[in-house]
Write a protein that binds this ligand. Sequence first.
Ligand code: RP5
Length: 160
Amino acid sequence: MKQVGLIMGSDSDWSVMKGAAEALDEFAVGYEVGVVSAHRTPVKMIDYAQRAADRGIKVIIAGAGGAAALPGMVAAATPLPVIGVPVPLKHLDGMDSLLSIVQMPAGVPVATVSIGGARNAGLLAVRMLAATDPALRGRMVDFQKALEALVADKEATLRA
Ligand code: RP5
C-alpha cells in the first residue's frame, strides 16, 4: 500500500530526494515517486494534489529547488499534510529554495525541513503515519533507541 507521495520538481532533484525514499524503505512504508513541476507541468501538479487523498495517499513529501513553488502549491490544493524539502542548487546554497518553501501564508501549512533534509522528511512522514499505526510507532521508538545507542558508542570511542 502506497501511503506516501514522494514528488519533486525535476528528476535532477533525485540525488537529494532519494534520502526520503531510503528512510521510508527502512520503515517498510510504501510510497510512490513522481516528477511534478509547479512551473513546467502546472496542470499535472494540480491534478496530482487534488486526487492524492482519494487514491489513499496520506502524506506528501515535495522537494524542489530554486523558485521552489511545488510544496506550497500542492499544499494549497490538497487536504493532506505536505512536507517540503528545499533542494540546494548550484547558486545561493539552497537559501532560495528554503525561503520559497518555508514562508507560507497563514492557512496553508508546509512542514519545511532543512536544506537538503530529505531524510528527515522521510522520517517525519513515518512519524505522521505512526500516530495512527502502533506497529509503525514501535519501529520508530526502536529507531530512536538505536540513535541513542549510537551516540553512546561514539562517546565511548572518545574516551578510549
Ligand atoms: C526546480 O528547478 C526543480 O525542482 C529543480 O530543483 C530545479 C532545476 O530543474 P532542472 O533544470 O534540473 O530540471 O523546479
